[in-house]
Design a protein around this ligand. Structure first.
Ligand code: SAM
Length: 442
């Protein structure tokens, strides 16, 4: 990389490093984050540096870029045999453990893929055909990206959602506000509740029908085993109502089609269901006559996306708890069987930080994800996790992994990992060896 590239990379890494240092000093992730996201100048400088670095300095030197890797991994899952293999593997696991699914096996989406790119910066995935990308960032580098803080975005759940993974004797049905509190950053509460598989009452035909506005034929997919947590039929309804690339195009313009100004909310196609679209707000409304240059996204629909992408996102977040909170949000916006593609920078050899990524698998299993792909490329690790159909099977995996990890002789530099916290946090190598680390090279 030339001197200019190195300078830009330094700006990016310096931002991450400062945030981590502040968090280590202050231990209050909320305050550190709130302060950070109000520093417009710093965010702008980061955004400009990142887009120039990624578009003008990285591609020339990389064998396989992180963007290509994600695209290929998603194609392999949805167009290749990844989805059917994952379905079969999970079915075998459930049969072995004598468990039943919470959700029916997903089919290949027949329309465009709904993709959520979090921390998108400049929308590097916008040009792929048949992808309808919702790109969000703290500080968008162009107008096709919506402004939004994923940590603070509200997820609108499909109605009649139950928190099936919380002990029902303590919390059986929760309102979205309560769920936000439980699933938010208050890890103490979650710890006290403890993850337990619960057996909520299977919805009766009556209550299902009354809660579903249309398409009452859906309940046919409900499992018959009364010990199994309910399949929530709204998931299937959402799948049937996915907007097509055509009707959504004005809201999510591609690079070439990008209009000079983004349409405001009333211009959205009427067929988009209001509860299932990201809610948008103009950022600067002081001058109503001027159209906003960028829109702010405040809510995202639950169980809506086929793919969520975190490309170089988690390293930005200073605390291990915030990283897990993002993964938990990804779980909530994904359809059952949908995938979370993670790219994390690391130019070291494959095993240098292997222990850390083993812990990712563990933490994500506790959230209900199962890993479908892992690859170490020259400058990054690429990981794909899927929102599993059977939550309990993931907990079995997690318990097994926890035993493995506890037995491992941990290297000195990772000695500070507190295993009791692993399921509530996501570590990165820089959490342990900040000064010596150069793993963020790309
Ligand atoms: C290293 S850049 C990655 C950009 C792009 N994904 C790529 O692969 O080139 C990380 C981006 O994540 C964004 N980001 C960090 N935390 C975020 C959050 N909570 N919500 C939305 N965006 C976030 C930052 O603003 C930054 O643009």
């Amino acid at each position: 990389m030339n001197a200019e590239g190195k300078r830009l990379a330094h700006i990016v890494k310096r931002t991450h490093k400062r945030l981590r240092r502040k968090y280590k000093e202050e231990r209050d992730e909320q305050t550190v984050w709130t302060e950070h996201i109000t520093k417009e100048e710093e965010l702008q400088c980061y955004s400009n540096s990142m887009v120039t670095l990624a578009t003008q300095h990285w591609p020339s030197q990389q064998v396989m870029s992180r963007v290509d890797w994600c695209y290929q991994a998603v194609c392999q899952y949805y167009q290749g045999d990844g989805l059917s293999q994952a379905n079969e593997k999970e079915a075998r696991k459930m049969s072995h453990l004598n468990l039943s699914p919470l959700y029916t096996s997903p089919q290949r989406p027949s329309t465009v893929l709904q993709v959520l790119d979090v921390g998108s910066c400049y929308n590097p995935f916008s040009h792929y055909p048949n992808w309808c990308v919702t790109a969000i960032d703290l500080y968008p580098a162009n107008k096709s990206v919506k402004k939004g803080d994923f940590l603070n975005i509200t997820i609108t759940e499909p109605h009649n959602k139950h928190l099936y993974y919380i002990d029902p004797e303590k919390i059986s049905t929760v309102t979205p506000e309560e769920e936000e509190k439980i699933m938010g950053s208050e890890f103490e509460d979650v710890k006290k509740i403890e993850y337990k598989i619960v057996k909520p009452v299977l919805p009766t035909k009556q209550n299902i029908v009354s809660e579903i506005p249309t398409k009452t034929e859906q309940p046919s997919v409900l499992p018959t085993n009364p010990n199994v947590a309910s399949v929530l039929p709204t998931e299937s309804i959402i799948a049937l109502e996915i907007p097509t690339k055509q009707n959504i195009a004005p809201v999510f313009p591609t690079k070439t089609e990008e209009p000079s100004v983004l349409p405001t909310k009333p211009e959205q196609p009427s067929e988009l269901p209001t509860t299932e679209e990201p809610s948008l707000l103009p950022t600067k409304t002081e001058h109503p006559s001027e159209l906003p240059t960028c829109q702010e996204i405040l809510t995202l629909p639950g169980s809506f996306y086929d793919v969520v992408i975190f490309s170089l996102l988690l390293e930005y977040l200073p605390s291990p708890g915030q990283r897990l909170a993002c993964c938990r949000k990804a779980y909530r916006v994904l359809k059952p069987g949908g995938i979370l593609a993670l790219i994390t920078p690391d130019s070291k050899h494959q095993n240098a930080n292997a222990h850390v990524y083993k812990l990712w698998k563990l933490s994500l299993s506790y959230l209900g994800f199962s890993r479908v792909k892992y690859q170490k490329c020259a400058h990054f690790h690429g990981l794909v996790f899927r929102k599993a159909l059977c939550f309990e099977a993931c907990l079995h995996d997690a318990a097994r992994l926890m035993q493995d990890v506890k037995g491992v002789q941990v290297k000195g530099k990772f000695a500070r990992i507190d295993y009791d916290k692993v399921k509530y946090e996501i570590y990165i190598p820089q959490d342990f060896n900040e000064d010596e680390s150069d793993s963020e090279k790309e």
